[in-house]
Ligand binder design. Structure first.
Ligand code: G3P
Ligand code: CA
Length: 238
C-alpha cells in the first residue's frame, strides 16, 4: 500500500502548514501528514516552510528566529490565501500534535539552519516525547548532520533522508552514512525505476516529493515507491 503524505496539510484548500490545512487533510481521511519546523526566539517549534514570513505576509520582515512565540501568533498568515482565513497564525508543533491522531503517520521535516537553530533536534525530540509521539513518525531533513544528531538523541526514531539534487548512488550514500535511515525522500523529478529498485534492494522505503499529477503518481507507484508527498489529499488521500 502506498502512503500518501498530505504535504504541508491540504495546501490547495487552506494556507499551507496551518491548523486549517492539517484539519482539512484529516477530514479527507489522510493517513500521513508532512510538515516543516522552525524555531522562535524563545525556542518554540512553529510550523513553517520558510525561516521568514515572506510567503504569507510581506509586511513582516525578519526571521522567525527573531520573534517570540507571542509575536509569531500575532502575524496573520491566512489573509494571503483568502479572507476566510484572515487572522490564522502559524501553529506550534504542540497544536498540530493535539489534532493529529496517533494512527496518522507524521513526517516532521527539520528545516535546519545550523547557525540559527543549533539545538533544534533536541528541542524537537523533547516536544515529541512530551506528546508520546515517537512512533508512527519519520523525521526527515536535507541536512543529514541534523539526522545524525536525532539518531544520537533518539536511536529508535525513523529517519528519512531528503535529497534535492541527484547524487550518485544515493542508496550507497545512505547506507554508508551509518544512520538508521528507513526511507529515502527524493525529488520526484529524478525518481526513475532504477533509483527505486536500488533503494529498495538496499532496504529503504522510497517517498518522492512532491507529486500533484495523477499520471506521474501512477508512474511512481508502478516503479514501486512506498509513499508519495502530494499537495492535494482530496485527490491523493487515504
Ligand atoms: O519533505 C518533502 C518536501 O517537503 C521537501 O521539500 O521544500 O517542500 O520542504 P520542501
Ligand atoms: Ca517539507
Amino acid at each position: 500500500m502506498v502512503l500518501n503524505f498530505a504535504h504541508r496539510g491540504s495546501l490547495t484548500e487552506a494556507p499551507e502548514n496551518t491548523l486549517p490545512a492539517f484539519q482539512k487533510a484529516l477530514d479527507h481521511g489522510t493517513k500521513a501528514i508532512e510538515l516543516d519546523v522552525q524555531l522562535t526566539k524563545d525556542d518554540r517549534l512553529v510550523i513553517c516552510h520558510n525561516h521568514t514570513f515572506s510567503k504569507y505576509n510581506r509586511e513582516i520582515n525578519g526571521r522567525i528566529r527573531d520573534f517570540t512565540i507571542d509575536q509569531v501568533k500575532q502575524v496573520d498568515v491566512g489573509s494571503v490565501f483568502s479572507e476566510e482565513f484572515k487572522g490564522v497564525a502559524l501553529p506550534t508543533l504542540e497544536e498540530v500534535l493535539e489534532i493529529c491522531p496517533l494512527d496518522v503517520k507524521l513526517n516532521v521535516e527539520i528545516k535546519n539552519i545550523p547557525v540559527i537553530y543549533p539545538r533544534i533536534e533536541e528541542i524537537l525530540l523533547d516536544c515529541l516525547r512530551k506528546y508520546d509521539r515517537l512512533d508512527n513518525l519519520v523525521i526527515s531533513s536535507f541536512d543529514h548532520v541534523a539526522l545524525e544528531k536525532v539518531q544520537q538523541l533518539a536511536p529508535d526514531v525513523e529517519l528519512g533522508m531528503l535529497f534535492y539534487y541527484r547524487i550518485l548512488r544515493a542508496w550507497e550514500y545512505a547506507k554508508d552514512s551509518g544512520l538508521n535511515i528507513t526511507s529515502i525522500h527524493p525529488n520526484n523529478v529524478y525518481t526513475d525505476r532504477k533509483f527505486v529498485e536500488k533503494c529498495k534492494e538496499n532496504g529503504f522505503n522510497v517517498y518522492p516529493y512532491t507529486v500533484n499529477s495523477v499520471k506521474r503518481y501512477e508512474e511512481l507507484v508502478d516503479f514501486g515507491v512506498d509513499g508519495v508527498f502530494s499537495n492535494n489529499p482530496a485527490v491523493f488521500g487515504g
